[in-house]
Design a protein around this ligand. Structure first.
Ligand code: ATP
Ligand code: MG
Length: 363
């Protein structure tokens, strides 16, 4: 019998949070507004786990292992630059936490195949990433895997962008089904009461930030590392100006009444700090009161630069110091395994697979 507690884990009474990123490139402004800003706030009083989903990067880039490895280290540098503190939060690699893969297999049995394929984020990715008909079997499996990334840590909350909400819904379904099937939780039990009713898994909530979907500089798709429409947090002031100047609005002249819900004004809302200035810009733009797109773009680019210049500066400290990054990851993987092994032992016990105890260590 595993000597573990069936309650969702919480170190020192702090609620647990899990979220993360796929190493398919560097982090951009969408990550900041959608998830990382919130993580930096939460790390002070929550037990935070941040996963680098490097196995999931293979779903679309199995032929580029070197890039995935490189991007993994770059993302950790981005985290540190953005203010994530490895002394407070646990940063770890998906590939070094085997309990996640084991739970993926168990959870795959709890989800009908058609249910996974109906996930709108998955469908959208197949379209915008041009995966056509020939995506790998592993590609849709990542949606199941993501339920395990999360539930392996039994978190109460998952700070994510809007595109992740369908994944969270799938996760919540798996958690309910597991608890009902293997832990005797009745289907009338409310989500929040699952752990109290004996469920191994809490039913985690998606916590979407103020800007749940930042549009890319193409003005059409979500800003995404894979789509070439991102402003990276390591971009120079010049690069930021160049990218912001590309945001398409379709407006012809400064005296034409403009649409303040266009892509450019999404950036105004997200990055200009002074609410009075935002209101003034919107008023003049909507009236066509001699406010050109170019002028708004200069202000947006300056505001973005003010936000990321200190990050860029801090990032320099870690560039070229991969040994330091690997040490952070080694420590994080050890902590992540301790938590995930505890969950796996509980889950295996619940579904009749609790034979022997095992101990994992990282050298
Ligand atoms: P990829 O193109 O490889 O899918 P991505 O840019 O979408 O990469 P992910 O690693 O898939 O980044 O997402 C990491 C986290 O950042 C998720 O919580 C996601 O919702 C959030 N996020 C990513 N892009 C945006 C965006 N444009 N606006 C808000 N949140 C975002
Ligand atoms: Mg994505």
């Amino acid at each position: 019998m595993p000597e573990t507690s069936p309650r969702p884990s919480a170190a020192g009474g702090r609620s647990r949070i899990l979220t993360g990123d796929t190493p398919t490139g560097q982090l951009h402004l969408g990550h900041w507004v959608g998830s990382v800003k919130r993580r930096v706030e939460l790390q002070h009083d929550h037990d935070c786990f941040f996963i680098i989903a490097n196995l999931h990067a293979f779903t679309t880039r199995a032929d580029k292992p070197r890039e995935i490895r490189e991007s993994t280290l770059e993302i950790v540098k981005d985290y540190l630059a953005m203010g994530i503190d490895p002394a407070k939060a646990t940063i770890f690699l998906q590939s070094e936490v085997p309990a996640i893969s084991e739970l993926t297999f168990l959870f795959a049995m709890l989800l009908p195949f058609n249910r996974v394929m109906r996930n709108p984020t998955l469908k959208d990715e197949i379209k915008v990433k041009n995966l056509g008909e020939n995506y790998s079997f592993g590609f849709p499996l990542y949606a199941v895997g993501q339920t395990a990334d999360i539930l392996a840590f039994r978190p109460v909350g998952v700070p994510v962008g809007e595109d992740q909400v369908p994944h969270l819904e799938l996760t919540r379904e798996v958690a309910r089904r597991f608890n009902q099937l293997y832990c005797g939780v009745e289907d009338v039990v409310e989500d929040d009461d699952h752990p109290r009713a004996g469920g191994v898994f809490p039913i985690p909530r998606a916590e979407v930030g103020k800007v749940g979907r930042l549009v890319g500089v193409d003005g059409v798709h979500k800003m995404s590392k894979s789509l070439g429409n991102a402003i990276f947090i390591s971009d120079s002031a010049k690069e930021i100006r160049r990218k912001v100047s590309k945001i398409y609005t379709g407006r012809q002249s400064p005296t034409e009444p403009g649409d303040v819900s266009n892509a450019l004004f999404q950036y105004v809302d997200a990055f200009i700090e002074d609410p009075a200035r935002i209101a003034e810009l919107k008023d003049r733009y909507a009236r066509g009161a001699d406010l050109g797109d170019g002028h708004v773009k200069v202000e947006v680019a300056e505001a973005i630069d003010r936000l990321i210049a200190p990050m860029r500066e801090r990032r320099r400290e870690f560039e070229g110091d991969d040994a330091r990054i690997l040490a952070i990851l080694r420590d994080g993987c050890a902590r992540a395994n301790a938590a995930a092994e505890e969950t796996l032992a509980l889950a295996k016990e619940a579904c009749g697979l609790g034979y022997f105890r095992r101990r994992l260590s990282i050298d």
